[in-house]
Write a new protein. Sequence first.
Length: 183
Amino acid sequence: MTGIRSKLTYANVMATIAVFLGLGGGAYALKHNSVGTKEIRTGGVRSPDIANGQVSSVDIGKGQVRVGHTAASLGLRCPGGSFYHQGACVESAERSSDSFANAQSTCTLKNRRLPTLAELQLIRLRSGIDFSDFEWSSERAAFFAAPNNGGARIISVSDDGTISADDPSAGARPYRCVGPATG
């Protein structure tokens, strides 16, 4: 005991206490210092604060995607009946149901295109945008084990975000065209 007592100095005691406080304090912080929705101010979390792939369309409520830049704020114009969305002009109202080939042709003749799957998933979340049914996208998927020996299917999206892979020759779907902003 005298051997331990002779090495017991003020510095050794303080160093030992500091180690225990450091370890205990870190555990306390992990348990009690988590951040909840009440602690986050509006606009406090931005895209760079979120890791890629951590938020999906299921996590975002209808009408919750905020509009960033407008075409006007960037010196761009969209044709009447369309709105600016991530660098392009999207038709506000869906067009009547048509075959995929006719929908694609109609958009192409107007120097536009069908939206991508990702664009449709974001467009459907905008306030005031409602899909009456699945809408055509420009994207295709290959199914090799499907009936009729598989083949290409066109991806479409519903108002609730459900994705469908449809035979391009079977039936009609509503659609909207996407075109370039001018300015």
